[in-house]
Design a protein around this ligand. Structure first.
Ligand SMILES: Nc1ncnc2c1ncn2[C@@H]1O[C@H](COP(=O)(O)OP(=O)(O)O)[C@@H](O)[C@H]1O
Ligand SMILES: [Mg+2]
Length: 232
């Protein structure tokens, strides 16, 4: 099986501009590759750089050196040198990301937030809303919440909106940052099933799973970010 996502000697050092340009090295020399159908779990203590690595994979953080490469529409693309509009296209068609926290858009209803990734792919308004409703039902989000913006939802409710939004297009590459952190046991189980289904349909997944039980249920492999920490 050929990979769909890989990193080449990837390193990340933050420059703290508010602190006289102080350098904060996080990780260095990361080579990883992920194939369709795999779920790679990133491990390491809090602060070891797991979320930063995931953000580099998504092109949210620029690599300090090295590269992230993704197979997009049959062609390898380098995120280090990609134009912003190419990164935008990769995110629209190939790569989804479920962040730890929902970025709430004021005044937009939950249903429209979840339907939005489908609308961006050209799906009609009604069909997109129908699918969004199915996802929200699957995520056990009460129907009376669908027409409200999620700004005032509980952490667990927002997380479920986030998961539906990130998974609704079944992206070929799916990045998950602690998707079950504020969910109860029933909803954790739903997410585990969704991850299994995504893998079965050929998605490549890279995730951070704070819950050991969830990680053991979904991961096909682990990658310890801690081992690549830059010594301070
Ligand atoms: N945008 C940022 N600017 C500066 N430092 C950051 C930024 N994001 C993360 N860090 C720092 O990088 C380190 C790794 O953080 P993070 O990737 O969130 O770790 P983890 O997800 O493993 O807990 C931490 O020391 C954190 O403070
Ligand atoms: Mg984190």
């Amino acid at each position: 099986m050929t990979a769909i996502l890989e990193t080449l000697a990837l390193s990340k050092t933050f420059t703290l501009h508010g602190r006289g340009g102080m350098q904060l090295p996080v990780f260095a020399g990361i080579d990883l590759s992920v194939c369709p159908g795999e779920c790679l779990a990133l491990t390491g203590h809090s602060g070891s750089g797991k979320s930063s690595l995931l953000r580099c994979l998504y092109g949210n953080y620029a690599a300090s050196s090295g590269d992230v490469r993704i197979r997009h529409e049959g062609q390898w693309m380098s995120l280090a040198t990609a134009l912003p509009r190419d990164v935008f296209e990769v995110r629209r068609r190939t790569m989804g990301y479920v962040s730890q926290f929902l970025r709430v858009i004021p005044r937009v209803s939950t249903l429209d937030i979840v339907a939005d990734p489908l609308r961006r792919l050209g799906v009609g308004a009604d069909a997109a809303r129908n699918q969004a409703a199915q996802w929200l039902t699957r995520m056990n989000l009460h129907e009376h919440l669908w027409h409200l913006p999620p700004a005032t939802f509980s952490g667990g409710e927002q997380q479920r909106v986030n998961i539906a939004h990130g998974m609704i297009t079944s992206p070929a590459v799916l990045l998950l940052d602690e998707p079950t952190a504020s969910l109860d046991a029933d909803n954790r189980r739903v997410v585990v099933e969704l991850i299994h289904a995504a893998r079965a349909s050929g998605s490549a997944i890279v995730g951070i799973f704070h819950d050991d039980e969830v990680r053991e249920a979904v991961a096909t492999r682990s990658f310890d970010v801690e081992q690549h920490r830059t010594p301070l």
